[in-house]
Design a binder for this molecule. Sequence first.
Ligand SMILES: [Ca+2]
Length: 575
Amino acid sequence: MISTEATAGRRCSISWASTGIFPKRVGTLDKHLQPTERKGQFMNPKFTTLVGVIILLMASVAHGEGIVYDTEYQLVREQYAEVWSDEDAGLDERLAELEAKHGKKPNIVYFMWDDAAYGRVGHPMLSKVTGMDTPTFDRIADEGMTFTRMYTEPSCTPTRVATLTGRHPIRSGLTQVVFPVHAIGMPNEEVTIAEVLKEEGYSTGFFGKYHVGDIDGSYPHQNGFDECLFTIYNQFGSQFFNKDGEDIGLTIGFTEDQQDRLYTLDKNFRHKSTIPWAAEAKAGEKAKQYNKDFSYEEQLRYVEDVHERSINYIKRNADAEDPFFMCYWFHGPNVAGTHRLGRVGDSSIANGDGDGFIEMDRKLKEMLQVLKDEGIEENTLVIVMADNGPMLEVFPTMAGFGIYRGGKGAFTEGGVRVPAFAYWPGTIEAGSVAGDIIHVTDLYTTFARLGGGMDNIPTDRVIDGVDQTALLINGDAHGRRDWVHIYTGPVLAATVKQQFKRHWIGERPGLAGSSFFDLYKDPREEHGMMAQFLWAWEPFDTMKARHLALVEKYPNTPTLRGKPFEGIELIGSSE
Ligand SMILES: [Ca+2]
């Protein structure tokens, strides 16, 4: 039995773990999960303010002064103030050495793709289970870091907003996936990671699936990106919202062919097929519609063009004086596979999304090769990850693979725990595996730290992302988060703390309910427990209450609505 003191102490003395006296414990940061006399005090806003002031006064906390983190982080940071301060000093030295060596801050390439189950790539033995090989992902895992607990939001738009803003998307009012024509978007007042880095002189590029709004002010070139080719929505528009999509039953009733002729009165119920689903733009200029129409050919042209522009962007910026931040958010592979054009796939599940993964793997390989050829791979952090769990609703176009329960949209692990890797030769330990919890918002704060832009993070709102530079550089068990709140839409659906999880949805009022899970023993969340976790009832309740109390102090922004496609020069349809 390991005492609480010894468990917490592993972070203070790494050598303990290596002696074998204390088996490695992952995810336990907070010494106060179990009830203590301090719990009630944290509910008092005055006390919370006092803690905040104390933290601010501690000169040893050298990073992120003034940032309003979620309460949970404030409490954990207080417990590790000295340890993390020392660790931060070491990290600063390390980063300064790198900067001196390369003559600039690190480039950051953020490669994100759409919808995948944890384990789908980067684990060759599991890849064989689904009948495909993705050697580039395997190589990234071999030569970089695999995150085993990367949490996202449960769907596309929310995750993308979360990572751009460093905040749970409910805080900026964007809790739903944007489809044609919702006419909502990320408020321009949000300060994106591109803006944070731009302020430090970074060049910024966005290529691929953006999907955070269809109204003026929400587009990437209006939110810190210098040059962009971006989708307003997702892949459905180009692939399913057309006659081909209807012929194979993926869409019903979009085209006039399938509309009732006799009783249809309202001609405007269905949107016209001239909706722009992709646009290109430069900062300060008006965006221009990119897609000619809704077709699979247009989708493929887009995927190829995004790739080409990403590669060219890297080449153009490799030798530049300033570092660059590039988002290459792959427009697939879930429904961007090669199967519908009749190409020959390499996977054993040709005609499924396996082909799409293999195509993505090839593109990733090319991109990594360019970083190497340009001589910048040792000064470039590459993050590679999916944005949420698999979209199980379109089986068998997407495989039903998944070791966790649920897919896209679910608050169970299958919805929010995704394949994710970090690659930075010479800096990130090859073949390392992180058991620490990391949330997609953490990338915001971590990128800011690496780019020297912590001071550009706004201090008038809650920031959910915490700096995980220590995890990247010092490795497993150096993470700074042991919790995550999981929203589904605007509802706080579950909370994870350490290896435990509590579902809030389905709770019985007045009783804790069988809603506690031990994710180590029951990763699929199939055995909800109550009696065993009566100790955790109050700590979880308190955790939720203090998270929501901060929302009262810093209210969420209501969903921003506007006129669709304003700010985009439309070219119309070629049909
Ligand atoms: Ca997605």
